[in-house]
Design a protein around this ligand. Sequence first.
Ligand code: ZN
Length: 546
Amino acid sequence: MVRYNKNDATLGNIAAAFQKRLRAPLDVTIVLDGALGEFTGKWEGGVCSAGSYGQLYEILGRLLRDPALPEGTYASGKELCGMYFATHFRNYLDEAPIDELCEYVEDLAFWGMNALELWLDLHHFRNMGEARPKTERLKAILRHARKMGIPTVLMTLSNEAFHESVRALRADWTPGHDGYVHPLGDHFHVEICPSKPGGMDLIKHYRRAMLEEFRDTPPDYVMFFAYDEGGCSCHECAPWGGNGHIRVVRELIPLCKEYFPEARFILSAWQYGTYNKQTVEFDMLAEALKNDPNGDFCDVRYVLSEPQYANYAYRPEVDMGRPLISFPEISMYKMKPWGGYGANPLPKLFDRLWERYGGLRKLEGTLPYSEGIYEDLNKVIVLRHYRDGQPAAKTIREYLAYETGLAGALLEETALAVEAMEETHNRAFDRDTHTVTVEHPERIEEIEAAILRADAALTEAARENVRWQLLYLRARIDGALKRAGFVRNAEVRALYEELARRTHLTEANGPSQRPDLDDGDFVFPPKPSADDADDTPEEGRVTVKK
Ligand SMILES: [Zn+2]
């Protein structure tokens, strides 16, 4: 029996989601108790209480996985334990039915996720009208998260634009001047330069068009990315992350507040220093946040920076004036096509990052980069790091026990096989010859044998759990590949098809997301590019101040 305050609709939704996942009857009263503080929960005398909805999930999730949970207070190690869903190229996050995705969001909340981030990539569309189907899908996910009491983050690129943006106002991406030694990464060449006369107004015009659509789905946070994609390397904007981008953000914060008065902001320093090989962008951002006489940035709550790639902001002497949140890459690491072989557990990699940076007081959260569901175990490993500092080895065992019902020696043997998948992870792929080159294939047979032994012991329901299927198919695919000399044969192809069917990747159309299902008859659709642009596009017909 699950009891809760019937006047609180959100609490009712959380109670229903909890009830649905209970494996055995349990008497529990769910209470939202602000006195506990936003990031603390308590389990005592049959009452599960927490200071926020997000924290309620955290402690209810512990109870789902361990009905004999010791009574006590459970505080979150870090504040923002979120997840960024990259919805593009018809990947799982783009293609899974909305109901399935909503259930997945709830599952992650019970593992500790307390923020869900989404991005409407304007560049894919000519205008907001064309973007409407995608917008409606994103809004349905955001609405569900909100209904369930899970905070949301709406991501943006500060100077992004539709792919038919006004040519004359487009941003520079070239290196070789103004300190830039590399071209701006993944730049679409349609972004707008705020230093050109009329550029800032056009950036705000595009942003307002997008904000209008999201007005009825207010996020808890708006995040501004500077690069990847995005940016402008021109003389007036350089260095972008500390100059042009800051000017744009200063204008966009009040614009966003018109639509979302309660929103707070996150500034992303992702790829700062990558293109000019300097730290000046970090220093200029820190200075802008510190020296803020008009309070332009008073609602900026966090700065995002990922130490896996740039740890400057994590040095003791560097103070960004706000807590940091990390942006770990859990999806694409040393595997192509990513998601094309099933699960990609990387426990040692994330343990190393956590051991090095997790203890820093200025690190207050995480927003891992997710491309699908195949990295579900990496998500859970990172969430448990940030929630309670739990090492990956313990999380893997907790995950397998909860998701599959495995126990005892078989659980341990399976956990060791899952851990060993990290050794056979790194691989190259040639789509033309359907060849995979695994750096260290030595333990592939051993892993496959262990996973098959576990599979034989599972109930039908546990076997059908997509999380088990991802681990099972990874072991089977690698085994079949090795037997075939790492060139796709009929057995491997059938397993790829099975994986694509179970994880909605049949229609995936990004070369890095699509499993190797093709025989030279599939042509990847061209990405919209600047070359498609009309000189007098509909979205460009705006009055811009000169
Ligand atoms: Zn510029």
